[in-house]
Design a protein around this ligand. Structure first.
Ligand code: SER
Length: 317
C-alpha cells in the first residue's frame, strides 16, 4: 500500500496533485504538508500536517509516525523569488531537498520524487528541442538548486539504491492555485486578466518561447513516473513537455474566445531568466522509458482554462 507525504502541498502543483493522489490511493493515505494554514481543498478528503522541511527531527518523526513510504517533495522557491533572495532558494531548495533525501535513505523509504525544472538548463544549453542529456550550466539561483537536486538524487540512487525520480517541469498552467513567483507565471496571469480586465501587460517580451504544460498533464506525468517500472528507467531525471509558445501566441489564442482582449509588453528581470532557458524540449526519454504522452495542446488548454476560470471567478466570456 502506498502511504504518500506531499510537501509544499498548498503550492500550484501540490494543491491539485494531493486531490488526484487521494482519489487514486485513498484520502487517508496521502498526507498533505506545509508550513502555512492550508486551503479547505487540502483538508476535505485527508490529513494536512504542519511540516518545516528544515527541521530534520520533525521530518523523521512525521515519516515514521505516519508510516510513509513515498515522498513527493514539492516545497520549493521558484525562479523569480529565488533571484530576489538566493539565500532563501539555497536553504529551501538545497537544504530542504538534502534533508528529504537523507530521510529517504536513513528510513529506507520506497521512493522519493523531487521536481526539477527547465531552469536546470542555462545559456550554453542548445535552446531548441533541448535533449535530455546535455550541458547544464544554469545562471539563475533557482536553476543551480535544481541541478543540485538532480545530481544528489541520482548519486543516492547509484550509491545507496534510493529510488529517486525527477521531472523537469516546464511552465505549468492551472486554474486552482496560483504559481508562487516564477518566470512562467505570465501564462497563468494572462487568463485572469483576460477575463477580469480584457487586457494584460506581459513581463516577458514578444517572441520569448518557453516549454509549457497544462495541469492535467502535469498530474498525469507525475503519477505515471511514480508508478513507472524502475527496471525500465535508464534515466532518473526527465525532460517533459506538452507545448511551446511565446506570449503573443497565447494572447492570440485567448483572443479567439475574447476578441476585445489586448496585450502589451513590459519585460522585467524575469526576461533574462527566460532567455537563459530552453524554448522547447525533447522529451523522448520520458516517452520511451515510461510512456509519457501529453493530452493538451495550446488550443485545448486555453479553452479549458477559460471555462474553469470563468466559473471560478463568476465572469462569463
Ligand atoms: N515555473 C518555474 C518558474 O518559472 C519553472 O520551473 O520558476
Amino acid at each position: 500500500m502506498k502511504r504518500i507525504l506531499v510537501t509544499g502541498s498548498y503550492g500550484q502543483i501540490g494543491t491539485e496533485l494531493v486531490g488526484a493522489l487521494r482519489k487514486k490511493y485513498g484520502g487517508d493515505n496521502v498526507i498533505a504538508s506545509g508550513r502555512k494554514k492550508p486551503p479547505k481543498i487540502l483538508t476535505e478528503d485527508g490529513p494536512y500536517l504542519h511540516l518545516d522541511i528544515l527541521d530534520v527531527n520533525q521530518i523523521h518523526s512525521m515519516l515514521v509516525d505516519n508510516d510513509i513510504n513515498i515522498i513527493i517533495h514539492n516545497a520549493s522557491v521558484l525562479s523569480g523569488v529565488g533571484e530576489k533572495n538566493p539565500q532563501l532558494a539555497f536553504s529551501t531548495n538545497v537544504e530542504g531537498a538534502y534533508n528529504i533525501l537523507e530521510a529517504t535513505r536513513i528510513l529506507e523509504l520506497d521512493q522519493v520524487m523531487i521536481p526539477s525544472s527547465i531552469a536546470a538548463f542555462g545559456p550554453s544549453t542548445p535552446r531548441n528541442n533541448t535533449p535530455n542529456d546535455v550541458i547544464m550550466r544554469p545562471t539563475s539561483a533557482y536553476g543551480v538548486t535544481k541541478v543540485f537536486i538532480e545530481l544528489w538524487g541520482e548519486y543516492y540512487t547509484k550509491r545507496y539504491g534510493v529510488d529517486f525520480r525527477s521531472l523537469r517541469y516546464p511552465g505549468i498552467i492551472s486554474s486552482e492555485a496560483l504559481p508562487g513567483g516564477g518566470t512562467t507565471d505570465y501564462a497563468v496571469e494572462i487568463f485572469y486578466e483576460a477575463l477580469k480586465n480584457k487586457r494584460y501587460t506581459s513581463f516577458l517580451n514578444k517572441g520569448t518561447y518557453l516549454p509549457m504544460m497544462y495541469m492535467d498533464d502535469c498530474i498525469k506525468c507525475t503519477i505515471d513516473l511514480m508508478e513507472a517500472d524502475a527496471s525500465k528507467l535508464k534515466h532518473r531525471s526527465f525532460n517533459i513537455t506538452a507545448m511551446s509558445f511565446a506570449p503573443e501566441e497565447i494572447a492570440a489564442e485567448i483572443k479567439k474566445h475574447i476578441p476585445e482582449f489586448e496585450v502589451d509588453y513590459a519585460p522585467d528581470f524575469r526576461q533574462a531568466i527566460a532567455e537563459s532557458w530552453p524554448a522547447s524540449l525533447d522529451d523522448s526519454a520520458a516517452r520511451e522509458e515510461w510512456g509519457w504522452e501529453p493530452e493538451y495542446d495550446l488550443a485545448a488548454m486555453t479553452k479549458d482554462m477559460l471555462d474553469k476560470l470563468s466559473k471560478k471567478l463568476g465572469i462569463s466570456y
